[in-house]
Design a protein around this ligand. Structure first.
Ligand code: PLP
Length: 438
Protein backbone atom coordinates (compact mmCIF):
# COMPACT_ATOMS: atom_id res chain seq x y z
CA UNK A 1 0.00 0.00 0.00
CA UNK A 2 2.97 2.31 -0.45
CA UNK A 3 3.89 4.80 2.21
CA UNK A 4 0.74 4.45 4.32
CA UNK A 5 0.22 0.73 4.92
CA UNK A 6 -3.13 1.34 6.56
CA UNK A 7 -4.46 3.64 3.88
CA UNK A 8 -7.09 2.77 1.31
CA UNK A 9 -8.44 4.65 -1.68
CA UNK A 10 -12.19 5.28 -1.65
CA UNK A 11 -14.44 7.02 -4.09
CA UNK A 12 -14.84 10.53 -2.84
CA UNK A 13 -18.10 12.34 -2.29
CA UNK A 14 -16.57 15.53 -3.65
CA UNK A 15 -15.09 14.03 -6.80
CA UNK A 16 -11.48 14.51 -5.65
CA UNK A 17 -8.94 11.70 -5.17
CA UNK A 18 -9.18 10.62 -1.56
CA UNK A 19 -6.82 8.48 0.51
CA UNK A 20 -8.00 7.69 4.02
CA UNK A 21 -6.99 5.45 6.85
CA UNK A 22 -8.87 2.15 7.05
CA UNK A 23 -10.37 3.32 10.34
CA UNK A 24 -11.85 6.41 8.70
CA UNK A 25 -13.53 4.56 5.84
CA UNK A 26 -16.61 3.92 7.91
CA UNK A 27 -16.94 7.57 8.97
CA UNK A 28 -19.16 9.98 7.09
CA UNK A 29 -17.32 11.09 3.98
CA UNK A 30 -17.33 14.76 4.92
CA UNK A 31 -15.10 14.01 7.89
CA UNK A 32 -12.25 12.65 5.85
CA UNK A 33 -12.54 14.35 2.49
CA UNK A 34 -11.65 17.96 1.85
CA UNK A 35 -14.06 19.40 -0.68
CA UNK A 36 -12.50 21.54 -3.38
CA UNK A 37 -13.08 25.23 -2.46
CA UNK A 38 -13.70 24.31 1.18
CA UNK A 39 -14.28 27.39 3.31
CA UNK A 40 -12.30 27.82 6.53
CA UNK A 41 -15.46 27.06 8.55
CA UNK A 42 -16.01 23.62 7.03
CA UNK A 43 -15.55 20.75 9.44
CA UNK A 44 -12.44 19.36 7.73
CA UNK A 45 -8.76 19.74 8.46
CA UNK A 46 -6.19 20.20 5.73
CA UNK A 47 -2.65 19.29 6.55
CA UNK A 48 -0.22 22.15 6.00
CA UNK A 49 3.45 21.22 6.42
CA UNK A 50 5.55 23.37 8.75
CA UNK A 51 8.31 25.51 7.23
CA UNK A 52 10.74 23.07 8.84
CA UNK A 53 9.63 20.15 6.68
CA UNK A 54 7.95 21.75 3.67
CA UNK A 55 11.03 21.48 1.43
CA UNK A 56 11.75 17.83 2.24
CA UNK A 57 11.89 15.43 -0.69
CA UNK A 58 12.37 11.69 -0.83
CA UNK A 59 15.63 10.07 -1.90
CA UNK A 60 15.54 9.48 -5.66
CA UNK A 61 16.55 5.85 -5.21
CA UNK A 62 13.27 5.08 -3.42
CA UNK A 63 11.22 6.71 -6.18
CA UNK A 64 13.04 4.87 -8.98
CA UNK A 65 12.81 1.57 -7.10
CA UNK A 66 9.04 2.09 -6.79
CA UNK A 67 8.71 2.81 -10.55
CA UNK A 68 10.89 -0.21 -11.41
CA UNK A 69 8.86 -2.46 -9.11
CA UNK A 70 5.62 -1.26 -10.72
CA UNK A 71 7.02 -2.19 -14.16
CA UNK A 72 8.07 -5.61 -12.84
CA UNK A 73 4.53 -6.17 -11.60
CA UNK A 74 3.40 -5.60 -15.20
CA UNK A 75 5.74 -8.41 -16.26
CA UNK A 76 8.73 -6.30 -17.39
CA UNK A 77 12.24 -7.50 -16.69
CA UNK A 78 14.27 -4.74 -15.02
CA UNK A 79 17.99 -4.66 -14.26
CA UNK A 80 18.47 -2.81 -10.97
CA UNK A 81 21.43 -0.45 -10.97
CA UNK A 82 19.80 2.19 -8.77
CA UNK A 83 20.26 0.81 -5.28
CA UNK A 84 23.24 1.73 -3.08
CA UNK A 85 22.98 -1.39 -1.01
CA UNK A 86 25.58 -4.19 -0.89
CA UNK A 87 24.25 -7.48 -2.27
CA UNK A 88 26.60 -9.54 -0.09
CA UNK A 89 25.28 -11.02 3.15
CA UNK A 90 26.40 -9.68 6.54
CA UNK A 91 29.56 -11.65 7.58
CA UNK A 92 28.59 -14.86 9.43
CA UNK A 93 30.49 -14.04 12.65
CA UNK A 94 28.65 -10.72 12.86
CA UNK A 95 25.25 -12.38 12.40
CA UNK A 96 26.20 -14.95 15.02
CA UNK A 97 27.13 -12.25 17.56
CA UNK A 98 23.76 -10.54 17.05
CA UNK A 99 21.77 -13.77 17.34
CA UNK A 100 23.74 -14.86 20.39
CA UNK A 101 23.02 -11.52 22.05
CA UNK A 102 19.28 -11.99 21.49
CA UNK A 103 19.48 -15.50 22.98
CA UNK A 104 21.35 -14.08 25.97
CA UNK A 105 18.47 -11.71 26.58
CA UNK A 106 20.21 -8.51 25.44
CA UNK A 107 16.86 -7.18 24.34
CA UNK A 108 16.35 -4.34 26.82
CA UNK A 109 16.88 -0.58 26.56
CA UNK A 110 20.50 0.48 26.15
CA UNK A 111 22.24 3.81 26.78
CA UNK A 112 21.02 6.44 24.28
CA UNK A 113 24.55 7.18 23.02
CA UNK A 114 25.50 3.49 22.68
CA UNK A 115 26.72 0.60 24.82
CA UNK A 116 30.09 1.16 26.54
CA UNK A 117 31.49 -1.86 24.68
CA UNK A 118 30.62 -0.58 21.22
CA UNK A 119 31.66 3.01 21.96
CA UNK A 120 35.02 1.71 23.17
CA UNK A 121 35.42 -0.47 20.06
CA UNK A 122 34.60 2.53 17.83
CA UNK A 123 36.96 4.84 19.74
CA UNK A 124 39.78 2.30 19.33
CA UNK A 125 38.97 1.73 15.65
CA UNK A 126 38.86 5.45 14.83
CA UNK A 127 42.03 6.17 16.82
CA UNK A 128 43.88 3.46 14.89
CA UNK A 129 42.52 4.23 11.43
CA UNK A 130 42.54 8.06 11.60
CA UNK A 131 45.67 8.55 13.69
CA UNK A 132 43.99 10.72 16.34
CA UNK A 133 43.22 9.84 19.92
CA UNK A 134 39.45 9.36 20.33
CA UNK A 135 37.73 8.48 23.63
CA UNK A 136 34.34 6.75 24.06
CA UNK A 137 32.86 10.03 25.40
CA UNK A 138 33.36 11.46 21.91
CA UNK A 139 31.39 8.67 20.22
CA UNK A 140 27.62 8.57 19.68
CA UNK A 141 26.11 5.38 18.25
CA UNK A 142 22.91 5.64 16.20
CA UNK A 143 20.53 3.60 14.04
CA UNK A 144 22.59 3.99 10.86
CA UNK A 145 24.90 6.83 9.89
CA UNK A 146 22.03 9.19 9.10
CA UNK A 147 21.34 10.31 12.70
CA UNK A 148 25.09 11.05 12.93
CA UNK A 149 24.56 13.53 10.11
CA UNK A 150 21.18 14.88 11.17
CA UNK A 151 21.49 15.38 14.92
CA UNK A 152 24.84 17.21 15.08
CA UNK A 153 23.45 19.51 12.36
CA UNK A 154 20.40 20.25 14.54
CA UNK A 155 22.76 20.97 17.44
CA UNK A 156 25.10 23.27 15.51
CA UNK A 157 23.01 25.15 12.97
CA UNK A 158 20.75 28.03 13.97
CA UNK A 159 18.05 29.35 11.65
CA UNK A 160 19.72 31.43 8.94
CA UNK A 161 23.19 29.85 9.31
CA UNK A 162 24.77 28.90 5.98
CA UNK A 163 25.87 25.29 5.48
CA UNK A 164 27.98 24.30 2.49
CA UNK A 165 27.55 20.80 1.06
CA UNK A 166 28.68 18.96 -2.09
CA UNK A 167 26.63 19.20 -5.30
CA UNK A 168 26.14 16.55 -6.57
CA UNK A 169 25.83 15.06 -3.10
CA UNK A 170 23.87 12.70 -0.85
CA UNK A 171 20.27 14.11 -0.61
CA UNK A 172 20.18 13.90 3.21
CA UNK A 173 22.61 16.83 3.46
CA UNK A 174 20.17 19.34 2.01
CA UNK A 175 17.31 17.80 4.02
CA UNK A 176 19.07 18.07 7.38
CA UNK A 177 20.20 21.64 6.70
CA UNK A 178 16.69 22.82 5.84
CA UNK A 179 15.08 21.04 8.81
CA UNK A 180 17.62 22.82 11.06
CA UNK A 181 16.48 26.12 9.48
CA UNK A 182 19.90 26.64 7.92
CA UNK A 183 20.58 27.99 4.45
CA UNK A 184 21.73 25.18 2.14
CA UNK A 185 24.68 26.35 0.01
CA UNK A 186 25.51 23.77 -2.68
CA UNK A 187 29.18 23.76 -3.67
CA UNK A 188 29.89 22.28 -7.12
CA UNK A 189 32.23 19.34 -7.49
CA UNK A 190 34.89 19.27 -10.20
CA UNK A 191 34.15 17.49 -13.49
CA UNK A 192 36.05 14.38 -12.34
CA UNK A 193 33.80 14.20 -9.25
CA UNK A 194 36.73 13.77 -6.86
CA UNK A 195 36.49 16.97 -4.88
CA UNK A 196 35.02 20.44 -4.66
CA UNK A 197 35.93 23.01 -7.27
CA UNK A 198 38.26 24.60 -4.72
CA UNK A 199 38.23 28.04 -6.31
CA UNK A 200 34.43 28.20 -6.08
CA UNK A 201 34.54 26.74 -2.55
CA UNK A 202 36.94 29.44 -1.33
CA UNK A 203 34.59 32.12 -2.70
CA UNK A 204 31.50 30.49 -1.16
CA UNK A 205 33.22 30.38 2.21
CA UNK A 206 34.10 34.09 2.17
CA UNK A 207 30.71 35.19 0.84
CA UNK A 208 28.39 32.98 2.92
CA UNK A 209 30.45 32.60 6.13
CA UNK A 210 29.22 29.05 6.80
CA UNK A 211 28.65 27.52 10.21
CA UNK A 212 29.29 24.06 8.82
CA UNK A 213 30.75 22.42 5.72
CA UNK A 214 29.97 18.85 4.67
CA UNK A 215 32.69 16.73 3.06
CA UNK A 216 31.94 13.26 1.69
CA UNK A 217 34.90 11.13 0.68
CA UNK A 218 34.65 8.66 -1.00
CA UNK A 219 31.56 10.39 -2.30
CA UNK A 220 28.05 9.42 -3.26
CA UNK A 221 27.17 9.71 -6.17
CA UNK A 222 30.58 10.18 -7.84
CA UNK A 223 32.77 7.62 -6.04
CA UNK A 224 35.42 10.35 -5.92
CA UNK A 225 38.08 10.46 -3.20
CA UNK A 226 39.06 13.99 -2.10
CA UNK A 227 42.85 14.42 -2.47
CA UNK A 228 44.93 15.07 0.64
CA UNK A 229 45.84 18.62 -0.42
CA UNK A 230 42.15 19.56 -0.60
CA UNK A 231 41.41 17.93 2.77
CA UNK A 232 44.28 19.89 4.31
CA UNK A 233 43.10 23.15 2.74
CA UNK A 234 39.50 22.58 3.87
CA UNK A 235 40.70 22.19 7.47
CA UNK A 236 42.84 25.32 7.17
CA UNK A 237 39.86 27.25 5.78
CA UNK A 238 37.73 25.95 8.68
CA UNK A 239 40.27 27.22 11.20
CA UNK A 240 40.72 30.60 9.47
CA UNK A 241 36.99 31.21 8.92
CA UNK A 242 35.83 29.44 12.07
CA UNK A 243 33.38 26.84 10.83
CA UNK A 244 32.68 23.18 11.64
CA UNK A 245 33.38 20.26 9.33
CA UNK A 246 31.12 17.25 8.92
CA UNK A 247 33.15 14.48 7.32
CA UNK A 248 30.90 11.70 5.99
CA UNK A 249 33.19 8.67 5.64
CA UNK A 250 30.60 5.92 5.29
CA UNK A 251 32.50 4.58 2.23
CA UNK A 252 35.92 5.11 3.85
CA UNK A 253 36.92 1.41 3.70
CA UNK A 254 35.83 1.00 0.08
CA UNK A 255 38.77 2.59 -1.69
CA UNK A 256 40.46 0.96 -4.68
CA UNK A 257 43.92 0.89 -6.23
CA UNK A 258 46.54 2.63 -4.12
CA UNK A 259 44.30 5.55 -3.33
CA UNK A 260 43.95 6.38 0.36
CA UNK A 261 40.90 8.21 1.66
CA UNK A 262 42.15 10.88 4.06
CA UNK A 263 40.00 11.98 6.92
CA UNK A 264 39.61 15.65 7.87
CA UNK A 265 39.88 14.65 11.52
CA UNK A 266 43.48 13.46 10.96
CA UNK A 267 44.67 16.95 10.00
CA UNK A 268 46.26 18.75 12.97
CA UNK A 269 43.87 21.29 14.51
CA UNK A 270 40.74 19.72 12.99
CA UNK A 271 39.45 17.46 15.77
CA UNK A 272 37.81 20.13 17.93
CA UNK A 273 35.66 21.31 14.98
CA UNK A 274 34.98 18.02 13.16
CA UNK A 275 32.13 15.54 13.24
CA UNK A 276 33.27 12.28 11.67
CA UNK A 277 30.36 10.13 10.48
CA UNK A 278 30.79 6.45 9.66
CA UNK A 279 28.94 3.19 10.12
CA UNK A 280 28.41 -0.46 9.38
CA UNK A 281 25.91 -0.33 6.49
CA UNK A 282 28.31 -0.35 3.55
CA UNK A 283 31.56 -1.83 4.95
CA UNK A 284 29.93 -4.80 6.67
CA UNK A 285 26.82 -5.15 4.45
CA UNK A 286 24.56 -4.23 7.39
CA UNK A 287 22.13 -1.72 5.83
CA UNK A 288 19.07 -3.27 7.50
CA UNK A 289 20.64 -3.63 10.95
CA UNK A 290 20.63 0.17 11.27
CA UNK A 291 23.91 0.85 12.98
CA UNK A 292 26.28 3.78 12.60
CA UNK A 293 28.29 6.26 14.62
CA UNK A 294 29.61 9.77 14.80
CA UNK A 295 32.71 11.11 16.57
CA UNK A 296 32.61 14.69 17.82
CA UNK A 297 33.77 16.85 20.74
CA UNK A 298 32.33 15.50 24.02
CA UNK A 299 30.14 18.60 24.78
CA UNK A 300 28.46 18.29 21.38
CA UNK A 301 28.12 14.53 21.90
CA UNK A 302 26.12 15.13 25.12
CA UNK A 303 23.70 17.37 23.24
CA UNK A 304 23.33 14.84 20.42
CA UNK A 305 22.77 12.17 23.10
CA UNK A 306 19.76 14.19 24.33
CA UNK A 307 18.27 14.20 20.83
CA UNK A 308 18.80 10.43 20.73
CA UNK A 309 17.13 10.08 24.15
CA UNK A 310 14.04 11.96 23.01
CA UNK A 311 13.74 10.50 19.50
CA UNK A 312 14.76 6.87 18.92
CA UNK A 313 15.77 6.31 22.55
CA UNK A 314 18.57 3.87 21.86
CA UNK A 315 19.86 1.35 19.35
CA UNK A 316 19.00 -2.30 20.07
CA UNK A 317 21.61 -3.87 22.34
CA UNK A 318 21.93 -7.00 20.21
CA UNK A 319 22.57 -4.91 17.09
CA UNK A 320 25.38 -3.17 18.95
CA UNK A 321 26.87 -6.54 19.96
CA UNK A 322 26.96 -7.40 16.26
CA UNK A 323 28.75 -4.09 15.69
CA UNK A 324 31.45 -4.98 18.24
CA UNK A 325 31.99 -8.29 16.41
CA UNK A 326 32.21 -6.47 13.06
CA UNK A 327 34.90 -4.06 14.28
CA UNK A 328 36.94 -6.42 16.42
CA UNK A 329 36.57 -9.70 14.48
CA UNK A 330 38.14 -10.86 11.20
CA UNK A 331 38.32 -8.18 8.50
CA UNK A 332 38.96 -10.70 5.71
CA UNK A 333 35.41 -10.36 4.39
CA UNK A 334 35.82 -6.60 3.94
CA UNK A 335 38.94 -7.11 1.83
CA UNK A 336 37.31 -9.87 -0.28
CA UNK A 337 34.27 -7.75 -0.99
CA UNK A 338 36.44 -4.78 -1.89
CA UNK A 339 38.40 -6.89 -4.39
CA UNK A 340 35.11 -8.01 -5.96
CA UNK A 341 33.77 -4.43 -6.19
CA UNK A 342 36.99 -3.38 -7.88
CA UNK A 343 36.46 -6.00 -10.62
CA UNK A 344 32.90 -4.79 -11.06
CA UNK A 345 33.98 -1.15 -11.16
CA UNK A 346 36.59 -1.85 -13.83
CA UNK A 347 34.05 -3.74 -15.94
CA UNK A 348 31.35 -1.07 -15.63
CA UNK A 349 33.64 1.90 -16.28
CA UNK A 350 35.25 0.19 -19.26
CA UNK A 351 31.86 -0.75 -20.72
CA UNK A 352 30.53 2.78 -20.28
CA UNK A 353 33.58 4.44 -21.83
CA UNK A 354 33.28 2.10 -24.83
CA UNK A 355 29.95 3.78 -25.67
CA UNK A 356 30.28 6.73 -28.05
CA UNK A 357 29.22 9.92 -26.27
CA UNK A 358 29.55 8.54 -22.73
CA UNK A 359 32.42 9.72 -20.55
CA UNK A 360 32.92 8.02 -17.20
CA UNK A 361 35.71 9.12 -14.84
CA UNK A 362 37.26 6.24 -12.90
CA UNK A 363 35.79 6.37 -9.38
CA UNK A 364 38.41 5.71 -6.69
CA UNK A 365 35.96 4.50 -4.06
CA UNK A 366 32.39 3.61 -2.98
CA UNK A 367 30.38 1.53 -5.48
CA UNK A 368 29.03 4.09 -7.90
CA UNK A 369 29.91 5.18 -11.41
CA UNK A 370 28.77 8.64 -12.45
CA UNK A 371 29.12 8.92 -16.22
CA UNK A 372 28.57 12.12 -18.20
CA UNK A 373 25.86 11.47 -20.79
CA UNK A 374 25.21 15.10 -21.72
CA UNK A 375 26.50 14.58 -25.29
CA UNK A 376 23.07 13.29 -26.32
CA UNK A 377 21.39 16.65 -25.64
CA UNK A 378 18.85 15.22 -23.19
CA UNK A 379 18.40 15.93 -19.50
CA UNK A 380 19.57 13.29 -17.05
CA UNK A 381 15.95 12.78 -15.99
CA UNK A 382 14.95 12.09 -19.62
CA UNK A 383 17.80 9.63 -20.00
CA UNK A 384 17.07 7.86 -16.70
CA UNK A 385 13.35 7.62 -17.60
CA UNK A 386 14.11 6.25 -21.07
CA UNK A 387 16.64 3.75 -19.71
CA UNK A 388 13.98 2.46 -17.32
CA UNK A 389 10.96 2.53 -19.62
CA UNK A 390 12.57 1.58 -22.94
CA UNK A 391 15.73 -0.34 -22.02
CA UNK A 392 14.58 -1.87 -18.71
CA UNK A 393 17.52 -0.57 -16.64
CA UNK A 394 16.96 1.37 -13.42
CA UNK A 395 19.54 4.10 -12.81
CA UNK A 396 19.32 7.45 -11.02
CA UNK A 397 19.38 10.81 -12.78
CA UNK A 398 22.33 12.92 -11.61
CA UNK A 399 19.92 15.72 -10.70
CA UNK A 400 18.59 13.58 -7.82
CA UNK A 401 21.86 14.67 -6.16
CA UNK A 402 21.64 18.37 -6.97
CA UNK A 403 21.56 20.75 -9.94
CA UNK A 404 25.22 20.12 -10.67
CA UNK A 405 24.38 16.46 -11.38
CA UNK A 406 22.69 17.53 -14.63
CA UNK A 407 24.04 15.61 -17.61
CA UNK A 408 25.08 12.61 -15.48
CA UNK A 409 23.48 9.37 -14.30
CA UNK A 410 24.37 7.30 -11.25
CA UNK A 411 25.02 3.62 -11.73
CA UNK A 412 25.44 1.44 -8.68
CA UNK A 413 27.68 -1.58 -9.34
CA UNK A 414 26.79 -3.59 -6.22
CA UNK A 415 25.00 -6.22 -8.35
CA UNK A 416 26.56 -9.50 -9.50
CA UNK A 417 28.69 -9.57 -12.66
CA UNK A 418 25.91 -11.22 -14.66
CA UNK A 419 23.47 -8.48 -13.72
CA UNK A 420 26.03 -5.82 -14.57
CA UNK A 421 26.77 -7.44 -17.93
CA UNK A 422 23.08 -7.45 -18.86
CA UNK A 423 22.68 -3.88 -17.60
CA UNK A 424 25.67 -2.62 -19.59
CA UNK A 425 24.39 -4.38 -22.75
CA UNK A 426 21.01 -2.71 -22.41
CA UNK A 427 22.56 0.70 -21.73
CA UNK A 428 24.91 0.38 -24.72
CA UNK A 429 22.02 -0.62 -26.99
CA UNK A 430 19.93 2.33 -25.80
CA UNK A 431 22.69 4.87 -26.46
CA UNK A 432 23.51 3.30 -29.85
CA UNK A 433 20.01 4.31 -30.91
CA UNK A 434 20.67 7.97 -30.02
CA UNK A 435 22.66 10.59 -31.85
CA UNK A 436 25.51 12.43 -30.23
CA UNK A 437 24.64 16.10 -30.67
CA UNK A 438 27.45 17.90 -28.81
N1 PLP B 1 26.10 8.90 3.80
C1 PLP B 1 26.14 8.56 2.50
C2 PLP B 1 27.04 9.31 1.59
C3 PLP B 1 25.34 7.52 2.02
O1 PLP B 1 25.39 7.19 0.71
C4 PLP B 1 24.49 6.83 2.92
C5 PLP B 1 23.59 5.76 2.45
O2 PLP B 1 23.38 5.52 1.30
C6 PLP B 1 24.47 7.24 4.25
C7 PLP B 1 25.29 8.28 4.67
C8 PLP B 1 23.54 6.61 5.25
O3 PLP B 1 24.00 5.42 5.77
P1 PLP B 1 23.09 4.55 6.77
O4 PLP B 1 22.26 3.65 5.91
O5 PLP B 1 24.07 3.82 7.61
O6 PLP B 1 22.26 5.49 7.56
Amino acid sequence: MGVFPHAVHVPCAFGVPCTVSRRDVRRPRSRHCVPPNASPNDDATTYVPTDRVAALQSEGAYAVLAKATALEKQGRNIVHLEIGQPGFPTPAHVVEAGVRAIREGKTKYAAPDGTPGLRQAIATHVSETRGVSVSPEEVVVGPGAKPGLFFPTLCLVNPGDAVIYPDPGFPTYKAMISVAGGVPVPAPLRADGKSFDMEVLRKLITTTKPKLLVVNSPGNPTGGVVPLEDITEIVQLAITHDFWIMSDEIYGRLVYDDTVARSCISVPGAKSRTILVDGFSKTFCMTGWRLGWAVMPAELARQVELLATHSYGCVAQFTQEAGVAALTGSQDGVEEIKAEYKKRRDFVVESLNAIKGVNCPIPDGAFYAFPDVSAYGKTSQEIADALLNQAGVAVLPGTDFGKNGEGKIRISYVGEMETLREGMNRIAKYFEGLEVVE
